[in-house]
Ligand binder design. Structure first.
Ligand SMILES: CC(C)(COP(=O)(O)OP(=O)(O)OC[C@H]1O[C@@H](n2cnc3c(N)ncnc32)[C@H](O)[C@@H]1OP(=O)(O)O)[C@@H](O)C(=O)NCCC(=O)NCCS
Length: 150
């Protein structure tokens, strides 16, 4: 397994993984390729993919935000590779790299109904900060998580 920086030529595969996830979740707003391209253009040093035998099976997009803060925008592990510890390895490795780059905090948000994601964040050292009322759309709240990297 290898974690490496996302490249522009990987976006096609990222869109396939998002499309697969879209079948499970009704609140994804990431189906536009332009949105992924925009994150990569803004933050080329903080967007990552996980590969197994050179095949991309997941990714973590992080924005280089203000004042040493990183903002984790989207992470997806392809369905057949989940619950094998890969998401945990990815989030911890990316956090380690972000710390090395000088970031002090990572922010993330997830749906209040996404139990897998909530548990995954908590298990990875993130703490719940607040409920983001109507974050995704009316009645679909988010949860804000923060991890201090020091
Ligand atoms: C959230 C996600 C990235 C986790 O990746 P993963 O590789 O499956 O995670 P891991 O195998 O490392 O699991 C770590 C912990 O997360 C929690 N978890 C993961 N899947 C879970 C599930 N289906 N139900 C409940 N808890 C779950 C558990 O606490 C798990 O630890 P455990 O296996 O010791 O019980 C993955 O489920 C995913 O891609 N989901 C779809 C996209 C998404 O929701 N992204 C997050 C919002 S940005």
């Amino acid at each position: 397994m290898k974690i490496r920086l996302l490249k522009k030529k990987d976006i096609e595969k990222i869109m396939e993984i998002i499309k697969e996830w879209k079948k499970e979740s009704s609140i994804i707003s990431w189906d536009k390729r332009k949105k992924v391209e925009e994150v990569l253009r803004r933050s080329p040093k903080t967007c990552w993919v996980v590969e197994i035998n050179k095949k991309i099976i997941g990714f973590r997009l992080v924005i280089d935000d203000i004042q040493n803060r990183a903002w984790a925008r989207l992470t997806v592990i392809s369905k057949k590779y989940r619950r094998k510890g890969i998401g945990s390895l990815l989030i911890r490795e990316v956090d380690r790299k972000l710390k090395k780059m000088g970031f002090r905090k990572v922010y993330a948000q997830t749906s209040y109904k996404n139990i897998a994601s909530i548990n995954w964040h908590l298990k990875s050292g993130y703490r719940k900060v607040t409920l983001l009322r109507d974050w995704y759309k009316k009645g679909r709240h988010g949860i804000l998580f923060i991890k201090n990297l020091d």
